[in-house]
Write a protein that binds this ligand. Structure first.
Ligand code: FAD
Length: 689
């Protein structure tokens, strides 16, 4: 064994020890628990009933969440339920508690009121990662839940086939075990952009039903802090124990060997991102007003691995402009660097980020301050209006769905814009900062389909991200912007020194203690979007716009197979579409190179929607090439779709059904079943968003 082997072995050993002890060291897989501080929960058992008994809780709100939305709604529901009915309530990640004694909950906690479930549907009707074990429990371990009362709100997207399947499954399976549903299953629809209003409508009726069924007394909802925020004027932000936005507490003042090893070997996951160097950023569009960034993340200094078709998650921070705007309207701009300490006032609540920290850090790194503001948020902040006039205005606008839509949503206001508008720029200086922390959703990572191939570049991940910038009509100088993609644009501008590029928003690219200098926190999510295991199986790929990203990875993987001497690589048919061949044709020069290497095996068919009088899309090209598509499918081809879920993916599926119908001369129903069968056999795969 040489020195290299030995060092690799040691690294693996360290990672293994770290992995097997991670739950003990870092508090399991709860997103929040890695930030748990000494002031957080002290419970040692994860038995739900024991936790509730020890903390005198009488209701529990569970969440099955993938991107944090269901978690956010569950927290809001929990707070409002507790405050409205004076019932001590806890919130729990479904994966963080044990259900062993759940069926005895009515005996163990005689005044137990209700369990609420906030369940997101993920992918093709699947439960979120943190809900998988709960469904195992229901299927295999749970006998009888008679008498347990529950409510359920599903979070789904009606553009997908299995709309809110998991909310429905939760209700069906709990009822089958004897649990009693109060009210109706709530259906939140992200596809129509009405999640917030769907939740408010469900909740308003449900609270009345709950009140009558459980005979609860209602009281005026008043904010009860679950976190105490105190200013530490004796501390300075330069103190090494103060967190300034490090990805997690291991990065704050890491000194010990264990801590330093963690920074290198992880294990890295959705609670412990890796700070990856970003290199070789470049612009892929040829346009003054639209941008698409190619960026490469270097994994060579870590043991992090990916495989072709996986997703990378990027943890963004908010822009300087958005942070300043919010600090300003909350009258915190002069205190932005004041050190604050957080203490949990509820034994079941984990602190959401490392403490001590600063006001600026919280808004910049931990809260989702940039997107559209919700009516629910404005309703709840109304108790802290700076004056009577504002209160009247808030009640007028936030109390009515239509008013809110017309005055706030259609103007694309974020939280700061909305507060400024409602108070006519008077500062909201009496909002407790704990309210801000508890009421605004946590900043979530954004996912990208990896556009490199692990066979070709093992230690580098490529992404292809279109920059979210949309100019609105009124006021005409305003843009709505995406957090992560504008951050990537800033990094690209800095790395390429393209000073001519006018940035709409700027970011603190150096990050906490200059730690981020050309780096971003990332983690990798394994995906099921994979090439066939047999390289000779033909593939058909449909990926317009950034939908081309994973297919670039697939094709590079195929090129590598050929370079490795594989003479039996199957046929590759790639449908790509964009607006114009000289404007947004992604990786335009690369495809001819791949074509040379793959020879006759590779065929690319393009659709440029704005070059002809009648717009032509990938699905039109698919139909034009029906016989080739069927020929390859008959030879066992796998069919892949990537990109826009709302329109493109649906149209492509419809077109494929049409192709089966025409080419195989069968009815629409049979054709549709044939496509379904392809899905069942994993030969129709989608990576859509
Ligand atoms: P966000 O901050 O998340 O904003 C989202 C949208 O809201 C933007 O369009 C923004 O302009 C708009 N917005 C902001 N403020 C307001 C307001 N006040 N009112 C109304 N609207 C507002 N994207 C790619 O480009 N390439 C990929 O390969 C890719 N792969 C993906 C794979 C998966 C599995 C998933 C789930 C998504 C993928 N995405 C991909 C999408 C990506 O994750 C991000 O959603 C996208 O880049 C936008 O992120 P952002 O942080 O820039 O925007």
């Amino acid at each position: 064994m040489d020195v290299l082997d030995l060092s690799v072995l040691i690294a693996i050993l360290i990672a293994l020890i770290a992995y097997t002890t991670k739950d003990k060291l870092w508090g399991g897989n709860n997103k929040s628990s890695n930030y748990d501080s000494s002031s957080g929960p002290k419970t040692t058992s994860n038995d739900l009933v024991e936790i509730m008994k020890n903390s005198n809780k009488r209701a529990v709100v569970f969440y099955g969440s993938q991107t944090g939305t269901a978690e956010d709604y569950s927290l809001k529901f929990s707070k409002e339920f507790q405050s409205k009915f004076n019932v001590p309530t806890m919130t729990a990640d479904l994966a963080d508690v044990s259900f062993e004694n759940f069926q005895n909950i009515n005996n163990e906690i005689p005044d137990f009121e209700i369990a609420a479930f906030f369940m997101a549907t993920y992918g093709e009707g699947e439960p979120t990662d943190n809900a998988v074990e709960f469904f195992d429990y229901l299927a295999n371990e749970c006998d009888d839940l008679s008498g347990i009362k529950f409510v359920c709100f599903g979070l789904g997207n009606s553009t997908y086939e299995f709309y809110n399947a998991i909310g429905q499954k939760t209700v069906d399976e709990l009822k089958e075990k004897g649990a009693i549903l109060i009210g109706e299953l709530g259906l939140g629809d992200d596809g129509t952009g009405t999640m917030d209003e769907d939740y408010l409508a469900w909740k308003e009726t449900l609270f009345d039903t709950i009140k009558d069924t459980l005979k609860l007394k209602e009281q005026a909802v008043k904010y009860q802090p679950a976190i105490e925020v105190s200013e530490k004027l004796e501390m300075d932000k330069s103190d090494l124990t103060v967190s300034l936005g490090e990805p997690n507490k291991h990065y704050v003042n890491a000194k010990s060997d264990d801590e330093l090893n963690f920074l290198k070997y992880g294990p890295f996951d959705h609670t412990h991102p890796y700070l990856a160097p970003v290199q070789n950023t470049k612009e892929l569009f040829n346009s003054n007003s639209r941008h698409c960034i190619h960026a490469e993340f270097d994994l060579s200094n870590t043991n992090l691995k990916y495989s072709t078709g996986d997703h990378i998650a990027i943890w963004p921070s908010n822009s300087n402009e958005k942070v300043d705007k919010l600090l300003n309207i909350l009258d915190l701009i002069n205190k932005r660097d004041t050190v604050i300490d957080l203490k949990s006032l509820d034994s079941t609540l984990h602190l959401p980020f490392p403490t001590p920290t600063t006001y600026d850090t919280v808004l910049r790194h931990y809260l989702e301050i940039s997107g559209p503001v919700s009516r629910q948020f404005i309703q709840s902040i109304s108790q802290f209006c700076p004056n009577e006039e504002t209160k009247v205005e808030v009640e007028k606008i936030a109390g009515h769905k239509e008013n809110f839509h017309n005055s706030i949503t259609t103007k694309y206001f974020d939280i700061a814009d909305c507060l400024s508008y409602l108070s006519k720029n008077v500062k909201w200086n009496s909002v407790p900062f704990s309210f801000i922390i508890e009421s605004i959703a946590k900043l979530q990572p954004r996912y990208y389909s990896i556009s490199s191939a692990s066979g070709m570049e093992k230690q580098t991940i490529h992404i292809t991200a279109v920059v979210e910038q949309e100019k609105i009509k009124d006021p005409s100088d305003k843009f709505i912007t995406g957090v992560t993609t504008n951050l990537l644009l800033n990094i690209k501008q800095k790395q390429n020194k393209d000073g001519d590029l006018k940035l709409i928003e700027t970011y603190d690219l150096e990050g906490p203690r200059n730690m981020f200098h050309n780096k971003l926190p990332i983690h990798i999510r394994r995906s099921t979007f994979k090439l066939p295991s047999n390289p000779s199986t033909p593939i058909i790929m449909v990926g317009p716009g950034t939908g081309a990203a994973p297919f670039r990875g697939f094709i590079r993987e195929k090129v590598k197979q050929v370079e490795n001497g594989n003479k039996n690589v199957g046929e590759i048919l790639f449908f790509y579409g964009c607006r114009k061949s000289d404007e947004d044709f992604l990786y335009k020069d690369e495809w001819t190179e791949y074509s040379k290497k793959l020879d006759s095996k590779f065929k690319m068919i393009t659709a440029f929607s704005r070059e002809t009088e009648k717009k032509v899309y990938v699905q039109d090209k698919l139909l034009e090439n029906s016989s080739k598509v069927i020929e390859l499918i008959n030879k066992g081809a796998f069919f892949y779709v990537c990109g826009d879920a709302a329109n493109m993916a649906k149209s492509v599926q419809k077109t494929l059904i049409q192709i089966f119908k025409d080419e195989k001369k069968v009815t629409e129903e049979i054709a549709s079943n044939m496509v379904k069968q392809l899905r069942v056999n994993n030969r129709y795969q989608e990576d859509v968003w």
